[in-house]
Ligand binder design. Structure first.
Ligand SMILES: [Zn+2]
Length: 134
């Protein structure tokens, strides 16, 4: 099962890549499109700064190509191979899938991107609390 401490947990849930305790996003639902890019500045549990540098999340665009292709391939396989639609219908299935899942793809890409740079640290919260006291 997916649990805290597993990179996939942070990627799929959009939680802090360091402590996995809270969402990085102000609004967890990616389909609230007005807020799709709204992220908290720092994690309130471990103080990790999400935007490592000003243009940090531009890099997530490259990840989104890969994630988009993965969704497109999945749509094609399901439509063409499993359901047995024609090529044209499969093509529209791909377009529809990409449009429908675009918010998810955008969020997943950010989550994957930040997880390249920041790893889970089970002591992160404890460390931060100790720092606050000293
Ligand atoms: Zn955290």
């Amino acid at each position: 099962m997916l649990k805290k401490g597993n990179k996939l947990y942070s990627i799929l849930t959009g939680t802090c890549p360091k402590c996995h305790n809270e969402s990085m996003y102000k609004d967890k639902n990616p389909y609230h499109l007005g807020q799709i890019f709204e992220m908290n500045e720092r994690c309130s549990h471990c103080n990790t700064k999400y935007k490592i540098e000003p243009s940090f999340f531009y890099g997530a665009m490259y990840v989104s190509y890969a994630v988009g292709i993965a969704f497109a391939v999945a749509a094609f396989v399901i439509s063409f191979l499993f359901i047995g639609t024609g090529l044209l219908t499969s093509f529209f299935a791909i377009i529809g899938t990409l449009i429908f899942f675009m918010p998810v793809i955008i969020r997943l890409s950010r989550n994957i991107w930040i997880n390249f740079f920041i790893s889970y640290d089970k002591n992160a919260v404890k460390k931060y609390n100790t720092e606050k006291l000293s």
